[in-house]
Design a protein around this ligand. Structure first.
Ligand SMILES: *Cc1c(COP(=O)(O)O)cnc(C)c1O
Length: 385
């Protein structure tokens, strides 16, 4: 099998796995306990927090540990809006469901949510954002990099506009971490979500960066862990693994990004030159180095995924979360794609463990698969396959 769905999840690094192991059977204390077991667990959590902070140039106390990217996003949105006098939130049409669903809930609770449109590359218009902010705006949330097409937003510019209007700015940076450098101080963001399992760490752990001085309502109440912001006994092993994944991601960022980019570029150029009626989607000039997104006209993406799986290639039509509900990609719709273009789309996201040989094998398999599907396609005569 060739795994090319690294935007959905990644393999845990061997080094991360090894570092986690002692926290299951030997150092299993509760970080809140006073005895040695507790102190060791607490120390492990704080070391990991420091490592997570260092990856994005934050201070350790600005890192809130959560159960993952989804919880980080929920904490940011509900945490800001529910304690704010201003009742408006501005976001974009192409956010992950972990932003859009909390937005829909906030609308039900009486908040006003504005969804910014994007252009055909998936970019929000900065001027439009600037005009949309009013006295009623409490928070802007725009994702750093899109999970379907990889488009990178001008986060620093957006943060500047928000600062000028004294509005808090949150960004879902889950697809950006480990792919492009992130420095929260330089960017000027107030809140930033990250997730461990997208950067070769364990699942079910993530963090929300909360800039010093940004006030949020706590989301989960109980024993007062995480400075009262998120109660519940810390997931020590996962936190340790996440910390290690962050060190590795920071240390090897340049090397990793160029490895992924060279695989992605080779794959893309072969596909474009060897398969007809294909388009490359997203902002090709400025997208995450691991993302390749295509439309194969006359092919059903779901059929393509299933056939590729049979031939040993794991890919995706886009967001793993919406595949099961069978709804058309809201991201591609917002980018103005036709129904037919959306149907024919395929997302390939490479990772650290992929090789050039796998790229060549994938193109060969893809050529065969697309040809098979097109030979029985209702669009066969329209395009002359
Ligand atoms: C994966 C992902 C999430 C959800 O993160 P989890 O840790 O899986 O909850 C949110 N936003 C984006 C952009 C993602 O890619």
């Amino acid at each position: 099998m060739i795994y090319l769905d690294n935007a959905a999840s990644t393999q845990v690094h061997e080094e991360v796995f090894q570092e986690m192991l002692p926290y299951f059977r030997e150092q299993y204390g509760n970080p809140s306990s006073i005895h040695r077991y507790g102190r060791l667990a607490s120390k492990a959590v704080e070391t990991a927090r420091k490592r997570i902070a260092e990856m994005i140039n934050a201070k350790p106390h600005e890192i809130l540990l959560t159960s993952g990217g989804t919880e980080s996003n929920n904490t940011a949105l509900f945490g800001v809006m529910r304690q704010s006098k201003a009742k408006q939130l501005i976001t974009s049409h192409i956010e992950h469901d972990a932003i859009l669903e909390p937005c829909r809930r906030l609308e039900k609770e009486g908040f006003d949510v504005i969804y910014l449109p994007v252009n055909s590359y998936g970019l929000v218009d900065i001027e439009n954002l600037n005009r949309s902010i009013t006295k009623e705006t409490a928070l802007v949330s725009v994702m750093f990099a899109n999970n379907e097409v990889g488009t990178i937003q001008p986060i620093k510019e957006i943060a500047q506009i928000c600062k000028q209007h004294s509005v808090l700015f949150h960004t879902d940076a889950i697809q950006a971490v480990g792919k492009i450098p992130i420095d929260v101080k330089d960017l000027g963001v107030d809140l930033l979500s990250i997730s461990s399992h997208k950067i070769n760490g364990p699942k079910g752990i993530g963090a929300l960066y909360i800039r010093d001085g940004a006030a949020l309502d706590p989301f989960i109440l109980g024993g007062g862990q995480e400075n009262g912001m998120r109660s519940g006994t810390e997931n020590v092993a996962n936190i340790v693994g996440f910390g290690k994944a962050c060190i590795l991601a920071k240390e090897h960022l340049g090397k990793n990004a160029s490895h992924m980019k060279s695989l992605r570029d080779h794959l893309t150029s072969r596909i474009v030159s060897e398969i007809s009626h294909v388009s490359v989607n997203g902002n090709v000039e400025n997208k995450t180095p691991n993302n390749a997104h295509f439309t194969f006209l006359g092919v059903n993406g779901e059929d393509l995924i299933i056939k590729l799986d049979e031939y040993g290639v794991a890919a995706s039509t886009g967001s793993a979360c919406s595949v099961k509900t069978q709804k058309a990609s809201h991201v591609l719709m917002a980018m103005g794609f036709s129904h037919e273009q959306i149907t024919g789309s395929l997302r390939i996201t490479v990772g650290l463990y992929n090789t050039m040989q796998e790229m060549d094998q994938t193109v060969d398999i893809l050529k065969k698969t697309v040809q098979e599907l097109r030979s029985v396609s209702p669009f066969k005569t329209k395009y002359g396959f």
